[in-house]
Design a protein around this ligand. Structure first.
Ligand code: SF4
Ligand SMILES: [Zn+2]
Length: 419
């Protein structure tokens, strides 16, 4: 990150922290949740349920990293570790005491037949973070999942989400090797935030605070333990044009394919009290256009084709939360008409269940005849003007703008001032 200005990164961290504090200050009483977030496939990484155990916040969110992430903006919990850890176990119990409703009735994957019921059960930020859960309780969570599957006589494929550095720590202190038996039993896929292979995108625009060597080490550890590694790719960072978004995603997907890491594409949507939503509110940041999403899907097709033996890639529902987004690609578009947007969204949802590319292409190719192809092309033409300034210059100007307008934004959002 040497060539990325440290002062600029400090500024971004401060802004992110103050927006997140303003969000959190709306909640007066901390909660002790006994049911997890999620469950609806429209809030999930795939056509199966995803549960986020509601516990302590993500440490990286509190430190101001991960600019677009509103995902860790959740109501604060009681600051008592012993109480909250027990409540995490209760949330796992809730899932397995209601397994028909929570898992079995929510299996919508129609391709790659298998007797495994897929489910994501993870923590707010990072599954292997010692800040969110102790080693002892993490082991209890995993054991409870194994036991829940056995008691109900079902086989599971578990998806967990974590930060690469926490994988490395957990491996180095021996914990990961101890629980890896259980994780293998659960056919676990370990998904890590990666966001982009490009350093400026990952470290400045997303502000992930993750170097590529650490990511690759974590991938190797996961493979060595006999688990499948996956990584999130984020499409739609602020300050980028639609063309730049496509290039960024292409390079990232090529890189993951080369390293045999399962990509999970996330199309950005804007959550309140984030820099991305602030810029969007003032007309300085836009959603990934539905027709750009088509180009991203083309990249997946080019890279993986139709003959994979197991799920080759995943895409999170582009409209999903939690929390529910304020703006997304299929509501706030500029260069596509609403009919085309609707067709694109429903076909992406169909494709992530069936991986049936022929039906997908048959449906979306019809959209070439719509007048909005012209508006989209015009938009791309107009955006070329922005590319006269370097991406870093655009970021500097956007961050200056955010600094100037942050207090007004907070006021207008919820009438809450950051102390
Ligand atoms: S590590 Fe994940 S949950 Fe935490 S702030 Fe970053 S993106 Fe959000
Ligand atoms: Zn149209």
């Amino acid at each position: 990150m040497e060539h990325i200005n440290a002062n600029l990164l400090n500024k971004i961290a401060k802004i992110n922290i103050s927006l997140r504090k303003a969000y959190g200050s709306q909640f007066v009483t901390p909660v002790t949740p006994d049911i997890p977030f999620g469950g609806n496939v429209e809030n999930s990484i795939g056509p199966w349920p995803e549960y986020i155990l509601h516990g302590f916040n993500c440490l990286r969110s509190e430190k101001g990293f991960c600019t677009p992430c509103g995902y860790s903006n959740v109501p604060p919990v009681l600051k008592d570790k012993n109480v909250i850890y027990e409540y995490l176990l209760k949330q796992v119990d809730f899932i397995f005491h209601n397994v028909n409703k929570t898992i079995l009735e929510n299996q919508f994957l129609k391709a790659y037949p298998s007797d495994l019921n897929k489910v994501a059960i993870t923590l707010t930020g990072s599954f292997f973070s010692d800040y969110e859960i102790s080693t002892e309780y993490r082991r209890k969570v995993v054991e409870k999942i194994v036991e829940g599957a056995e008691v109900n006589g079902i086989k599971l494929q578990l998806f967990i989400e974590t930060h690469a550095e926490d994988v490395i720590n957990s491996y180095n202190n021996g914990e990961l090797s101890i629980i890896s038996d259980s994780l293998r039993k659960l056919n676990t896929v370990v998904l890590m935030g990666f966001e982009s292979v490009n350093e400026v995108s990952r470290e400045l625009l997303y502000f992930k605070n993750l170097n590529i060597e650490a990511f690759e080490n974590a991938v190797n550890i996961i493979k060595k333990l006999g688990l499948r590694p996956g990584a999130f790719i984020f499409a739609g960072l602020h300050s980028m044009t639609q063309n730049e978004i496509v290039m960024d995603v292409r390079q990232s997907i090529e890189y993951l394919k080369h390293n045999n890491v399962l990509p999970v594409l996330m199309i950005s949507n804007f959550k309140e009290f984030t820099v991305d939503h602030l810029l969007f509110s003032y007309g300085r940041h836009f959603v990934v256009e539905p027709r750009t999403v088509l180009k991203l899907m083309d990249i997946l097709y080019d890279q993986y084709g139709e003959n994979a033996l197991d799920i080759p890639w995943m895409i999170a529902d582009p409209v999903g939360g939690p929390p529910a987004p304020e703006a997304h690609s299929f509501k706030n578009m500029r260069g596509s008409c609403s009919q085309c947007a609707e067709v694109i969204l429903s076909n992406i949802r169909m494709l992530r269940e069936t991986y049936d590319w022929s039906t997908y292409f048959e449906n979306v190719n019809k959209l070439n005849a719509c007048y909005c192809t012209e508006s989209y092309n015009l938009l791309l033409e107009n955006e070329k003007y922005f590319e006269n300034n370097s991406l870093i210059d655009r970021v500097v100007s956007n961050i200056e703008f955010v600094e100037k307008n942050k207090d007004n934004y907070i006021y207008s959002m919820k009438n809450v001032f950051d102390a």
